[in-house]
Design a protein around this ligand. Structure first.
Ligand SMILES: *[C@@H]1O[C@H](CO)[C@@H](O)[C@H](O)[C@H]1NC(C)=O
Length: 237
């Protein structure tokens, strides 16, 4: 008796269910818009939308623009983060050339310094599905704090459905080849019998006499094995 066990190993390398960006203790910024942390790599490249993220200070009404990975230009000013205060000219509050990251209260922050080294943009990166960029607060007219919530703030994040690893064991491949062979044998065998041999009825099954004798042959084999050949009259060797 042959017992076939089919084992298909399917391993999905999808995001482990992190809810908030807590638990970080270290951050090292790479200048390709990624950061190495104690929990894995955070890659903001996928969050680099064509248009800059936008938010505003509800009190001062200042508008803020931010691109996670590249500098951009608004009204002749080029930076990675820009401030537009009412009645004032637009100003650079952080350049990607001056980017760095740090850890605050277990969250990763992506930060930038202005070209004048006087203003700082701090973007707290929160692991979550929302994809929002909001103004948090302004400190001393020099430090600007924002909260960015995105899947891209999750360590080792890969967008769903893009990177799926399917691992099939060699045994599984053999089993698949075995069954494919059986199906092909009966399919093409039957077509051969019908088309070329003009077979009818059960004769359309390929090698029908062999297959119909097979159960009997198997039974005889078992009987011979269990009776050591005595009851069927085989001679002992
Ligand atoms: C980014 O830079 C780091 C450090 O140089 C490197 O290890 C990593 O593979 C780079 N990642 C990408 C996506 O280019």
């Amino acid at each position: 008796m042959i017992v076939l066990i089919i084992v298909v190993n399917v391993a999905y390398s999808l995001q482990a269910g992190l809810v908030v960006g807590q638990g970080f203790t270290s951050c090292e910024y790479n200048y390709n818009c990624t950061a190495n942390t104690n929990l894995g790599v955070i890659n903001l490249n996928g969050a680099n939308a064509a248009d800059p993220y936008q938010t505003s200070d509800p009190v001062s009404k200042a508008e803020y623009f931010w691109k996670p990975c590249t500098d951009f230009t608004v009204s002749g000013v080029t930076a990675g983060a820009l401030q537009q205060s009412p009645g004032a000219s637009i100003q650079d509050i952080g350049m990607h050339a001056q980017a760095f990251c740090d850890v605050l209260d277990g969250y990763i922050r992506f930060n930038m310094m202005s070209s004048t080294f006087t203003r700082f943009t701090y973007v707290k990166c929160v692991c979550g599905a929302a994809s929002t960029f909001i103004f948090d607060n302004e400190y001393s007219s020099n430090d600007f704090n924002f909260i960015f919530t995105s899947n891209h703030c999750c360590p080792n994040y890969s967008p769903p459905g893009v990177r799926v690893t399917v691992t099939v064991s060699p045994g599984t491949v053999l089993v698949i080849i075995f069954f494919t062979g059986i199906i092909a044998y009966f399919l093409f065998g039957t077509i051969f019998q019908i088309v070329l041999r003009k077979a009818e009825g059960r004769e359309r099954i390929p090698n029908v006499s062999f297959w119909s004798d097979l159960p009997g042959l198997v039974m005889a084999g078992f009987k011979f094995t269990f009776t050591c050949g005595h009851k069927l009259g085989y001679r002992e060797i």
